[in-house]
Ligand binder design. Structure first.
Ligand SMILES: CC(=O)SCCNC(=O)CCNC(=O)[C@H](O)C(C)(C)COP(=O)(O)OP(=O)(O)OC[C@H]1O[C@@H](n2cnc3c(N)ncnc32)[C@H](O)[C@@H]1OP(=O)(O)O
Ligand SMILES: CC(C)C(=O)C(=O)O
Length: 514
């Protein structure tokens, strides 16, 4: 099955990506990302781990009901309960895949699973056999594959293919692999396993040594894998996973060498990257390949001279091909609805209804009154704020007055709505943001701990909007709130209230009000 030159792109931003500490996403956020992945024409979306929580189950079910063009997948351990839960969550999907896994390395079997190799083999077979009752699209992963014994892998993988696994995913769970060894291991496994051609082989690499993309490509070129598992911005457990944008653009830019095709609409990459970054609060470093702000920027004279004469002198890809828009129309306070809608379209932002477009347009006009030029990042921030506001509006920012004078203790007064009732509160603190948060807490009394505070300028120049991420933790729950405004203290207040809204929404799900 590896003779085809079509490569399957399997995105696991919503599952492995969410395993990054602090990247937990709400159902609505996952749905927005899933729709963007569908627009980008990702072949398979791993939407979550249905047995992990009621919230994850509901997210997968919502995505399975809303996404039509991509296969929807849920991860499950190799046991009946997890598999049945995955099948139930995936039920509304047009195309569904159950991904079941069990560790095969001596270390994991002995120390973690406390099972003998024979027990693991039997459990893997049983899991695949059971999963086949629900769909004929079954993926199996031998977790910690790159540290597993090859003879044992041959036995397990041959057995699960015989039970009906249609994709064999070879994971480098701890990012230990190096390209040549990784690629050759997959090659040998495919040669040694008699029924290996009955499955599509896949790679799932982690970036602990910064080799995830290189290992994935070696798995494809040397090993003959035809599916790559990856995440937007390389989000994922520990140092992350193979970055979708990097692996896809490597295949495309060096097409003559790889001679493989992918179905991805690369012009949706930057929009996906910005959406994931905004929702998770994980900023993209400026020098990040493909999606970093500097990926197509040139500061030195010799380079600028070359670019002006012929772009190819210093650019191996075209910025437009990955979705960086060349701003031909400058949006500002005199722009109309049509130009605004066109820009939303270019940014891959599909608002559901005319009412949503109108609400976003109103916020755009408000912002344009305070800021002379509106950049794409501003629009993405305001649409994201609008969507967050619709998700839960228990707390809503109204206004802020803040005073800081050198040598004096900063003071803030914040007005906001709590369940529709206007509250006005004051606070002091070590700095203006601290004073603002203290003011809000004096009325909200959430008891949450602030575990991350980050500020990003979302466009260029001192008139840029500040985008603030506040991560709150309470009773083991972690949420991210994001707020944007040209005034970073206001952006901080909005981010804090947005995080409180998410905690409130989680409380409501557990203990709904009558
Ligand atoms: C490499 C990866 O990325 S794998 C995916 C990792 N992702 C996650 O773990 C996120 C979702 N996980 C969860 O929500 C929880 O861990 C759950 C719901 C799956 C399980 O929760 P709990 O029942 O409380 O178990 P807990 O997480 O403490 O321990 C895991 C158990 O599963 C067992 N287990 C681990 N992997 C597997 C597997 N692939 N198949 C079967 N059992 C497994 C462990 O041996 C352990 O069993 P034990 O309780 O008998 O010791
Ligand atoms: C479940 C498997 C594929 C995984 O995430 C890993 O091994 O890293």
């Amino acid at each position: 099955m590896n003779t085809s030159n079509r490569l399957i792109i399997f995105d696991t931003t919503l599952r492995d990506g969410e395993q990054s500490p602090g990247a937990s996403m709400t159902r609505e956020e996952k749905l927005r990302i899933a729709k963007q992945l569908e627009r980008m024409k990702v072949d398979v979306i791993e939407a979550g781990f249905a047995a992990a929580s009621q919230g994850d189950f509901e997210s997968i079910r919502a995505i399975a009901g809303a996404v039509r063009e991509s296969t929807i997948c849920s991860l499950s351990r190799a046991n009946d309960r997890d598999i049945a839960r995955a099948a139930e969550a995936l039920a509304p999907a047009e195309r569904k895949r159950i991904h079941t896994f069990i560790a095969t390395s001596p270390l994991h079997m002995q120390m973690k699973l406390r099972m003998t190799p024979e027990q693991v083999l039997t459990q893997a077979q049983n899991a695949v056999r059971y999963a086949r009752q629900f769909t004929d699209d079954i993926e199996f992963s031998p977790e910690d594959g790159s540290r597993s014994d090859e003879d044992f892998l041959c036995r397990v993988l041959e057995a699960v293919i015989a039970e009906g696994a249609t994709t064999i995913n070879f994971p480098d769970t701890v990012g230990y692999a190096v390209p040549e060894i990784f690629g050759n291991t997959i090659k040998r496994l495919r040669e040694r396993i008699p029924n290996s051609d009955k499955a599509i082989w896949s790679v799932h690499c982690h970036n602990d040594l910064g080799l995830a993309v290189a290992n994935s490509l070696a798995g494809v070129m040397i090993g003959g894998a035809r599916q790559i598992e990856c995440t937007v911005n390389g989000l994922g457990e520990r140092a992350g996973n193979t970055a979708l944008e990097e692996v896809v653009m490597a295949l495309r830019t060096r097409a003559a060498y790889y001679n493989l095709t992918v179905g991805i609409d690369t012009t949706q990459i930057v929009a996906a990257s910005k959406m994931v970054s905004q929702i998770t609060g994980f900023a993209v470093q400026p020098n990040k390949a493909v999606v970093g702000a500097n990926a197509f920027a040139h500061a030195s004279g010799i380079h600028q001279d070359g670019i002006l004469k012929a772009r190819e002198t210093y650019e191996i890809m075209r910025a437009e091909d990955v979705g960086w828009t060349a701003n031909k129309i400058v949006l500002g306070k005199l722009s109309g609805r049509n130009a605004f809608k066109q820009r939303l379209h270019e940014l891959g932002i599909a608002l559901e209804s005319e009412a949503e477009v109108n609400a976003a347009f109103l916020r755009f006009k408000e912002l344009a009154d305070r800021k002379s030029e509106i950049f794409d990042e501003d629009i993405m921030a305001l649409v994201s704020e609008e969507q967050q506001a619709q998700e839960s509006e228990h707390y809503r920012f109204i206004s802020l007055t803040q005073q800081s004078t050198t040598g004096a203790v900063p003071h803030a007064r914040v007005e906001f709505l709590v369940g529709g009732v206007q509250r006005s509160c004051e606070g002091q603190g070590d700095g203006p943001v601290d004073a603002t948060v203290n003011a809000i807490e004096s009325a909200a009394a959430s008891g949450a701990e602030l575990v991350l505070f980050s500020v990003n300028a979302i466009s260029t120049g001192t008139q840029s909007q500040g985008e603030v991420t506040m991560r709150l933790s309470r009773d083991g729950r972690i949420v991210n709130g994001v707020g944007a405004d040209p005034d970073i203290i206001v952006a901080s207040a909005k981010a804090y209230l947005s995080a409180l809204n998410k905690l409130h929404a989680k409380d409501e799900r557990i203990d709904p009000q009558p």
